[in-house]
Design a protein around this ligand. Sequence first.
Ligand code: KG4
Ligand code: ZN
Length: 330
Amino acid sequence: MNDIILGIETSCDDTAVALVDSEGHILSSVVASQLDVHNQFGGIYPEFAARAHITAILPAVNEAFKVAGITPQDIKAIGVTRGPGLIGSLLVGLNAATGLGLGWNKPVVGINHLRGHLRSADLEQQRIIFPATILLVSGGHTLLAYMKSATEIELLGSTADDSTGETYDKVGRMLGLGYPGGPVVDRLARQGKATIPFPRPVINKGLAFSFSGLKSAVLRYMEANPDAPHEDIAASFVQAVMDVLIKKSRLALKQYPSRSFAIVGGVAASPQLREEAAKLCKKMKVALCLPPLRWSTDNAAMIALATFDYLNLSIHKEPVADLQLTMDRF
Ligand code: KG4
Ligand code: ZN
């Protein structure tokens, strides 16, 4: 039997637990969603998120073992998200993992959430062809990374302020749509025309991102033009986001020769982004890698898979020190 790792992910609003083997096969993946808890606030309410994790974590661990048909003695180690994320939420996962590790006499490894996302593309099967450029676009993060191998990761650029998903969610709220804003804004955008010249923030500034100026521009436009068709606002906003993401990805692929390009994170669900990425990859002659969405959004299987990389190196070594820089904002 391959080695198995228990992954625990509680950085935000989902309590996720998974059992994964050393080849990335998923033995079980349990997610206790908190969407009902936060829907009424139009965003995540950190105090409630932490409390919901407390109730959900141990039942989720039990369920994961039940589904996989194995016992805690069958695992090699526990991998748990150590950040970035909401501190109250993270502490629930970290404390649970530490307690279980002590009780079961198994090593516990703290994993950078972003590293988990970057490794998520190889869950279930090896999809990434190295060297690879990865665009991570989620509710919490936006960054480009270059991976020479699973353990050699270079951070190329990240956002100075809001993430792509967060910007979608805020524009969704301005347009009176529900949370999360991403899917509904994309759908509305399909019905409109991209006629409003919203800014493309820092589009000519290398591989760095910034989205807060775009968000404010949408707000100012709506205040000045209360009768403007919402579908045109959505279409123009989405076009601005796509222009920025694709231009930066093209630049990364030019500067860092890659055999594949992967998109991970919740915004990878955007049909507009998928279409634009397909065109880009055809032009650049690199393989496009779009892992299934359930592994693109927050999950514990990616944390478990990333944990194997640490076990092979050294539990106490941080193979992606650069990524830690992005934690400074949290
Ligand atoms: O990766 P994820 O599930 O959670 C975080 O780690 O943050 O990403 C959630 C984000 C939300 O901001 C949501 O609006 C966005 O992904 N999203 C989308 C789409 N579906 C989800 N953004 C754009 N287009 C979509 N179709
Ligand atoms: Zn995430």
